[in-house]
Design a protein around this ligand. Structure first.
Ligand SMILES: [Fe+2]
Length: 249
């Protein structure tokens, strides 16, 4: 982590989350939501400085292969097995401003749908050259990109026969802890998306479609990797403290 002198701290309050857009906390068809959802009504608290500010991430903290899941766990001269893809997009806030310097962390199953985790029980094979996680930081235009293999779908213990569609998990740190977003990206054209109990917890079909990355033919690298585009929108600020006055005042 580093603090850059050209970045002023942003301290304006964030817009409230639209709870009709996000999945509700209690969704019994997604069984683990029952125990972990709040049992009492939510209280609304004003943001304090610890929520409306956040760490500033420097590009120097990112390793050369951190955004390349095909290579970042591979033995020398080898690479991960699977369909080679590039995932890229922009991180914006609700006011459509690019969020620069945002830390994106991503993790996923391998091409067979298997995670590299000691509690993973799916019978699909481990790929010795695939770790399944990486990170990157957005540039001044809010853009990010990483290279990976397309994850496989996998079964999970929920209902009798529930499967997760192919997906990549994202954690995004923007400019304030209140902006933190954990989400998942799906792939255009996958029929498994609409059968998933976790996807079905999202009430608005348009909100689901926002999580589906379309094939981006224009960014495909011939003879190498296809590209998928996934833009991410973080909470916006009502106002930005600019020196000693509020922006727009
Ligand atoms: Fe997953």
């Amino acid at each position: 982590m580093s603090f850059q002198s050209n970045q002023r701290p942003e301290t304006g309050a964030f817009f409230a989350r639209d709870r009709g857009w996000h999945a509700p906390a209690l969704t019994p068809e997604y069984k683990t939501s029952i125990l972990r959802s709040p049992q009492r009504p939510l209280l609304s608290l004003d943001g304090t400085i610890s929520e409306i500010t956040g760490p500033v991430f420097g590009h120097s903290m990112i390793g050369e292969l951190d955004n390349d899941l095909i290579q970042n766990y591979a033995r020398p001269g080898e690479s991960a097995i699977g369909e080679r893809i590039i995932v890229h997009g922009r991180v914006l806030d609700e006011s459509a401003r690019p969020v620069r310097g945002a830390l994106l962390e991503f993790w996923q199953a391998n091409a067979g749908g298997r995670y590299r985790h000691k509690k993973e029980t799916y019978l699909a094979a481990i790929d010795p050259n695939f770790g399944g996680c990486g990170r990157t930081i957005t540039d001044d235009d809010g853009h990010y990109a990483f290279r990976t293999v397309k994850p496989g779908p996998y079964p999970w213990p929920n209902g009798v026969n529930d499967w997760r569609p192919a997906h990549i998990h994202f954690s995004v740190f923007g400019h304030g802890f209140a902006q933190r977003l954990i989400t998942q990206m799906y792939f255009e054209g996958d029929p498994m998306i609409w059968k998933c109990p976790i996807v079905q917890t999202i009430p608005d079909r348009a909100a689901i479609e926002q999580l589906i990355a379309p094939l981006d033919w224009g960014q495909t690298i011939p003879m190498d990797a296809r590209a998928f585009k996934f833009d991410i929108v973080l909470r916006g600020r009502r106002s930005t403290l600019f020196e000693n006055r509020l922006e727009g005042n």
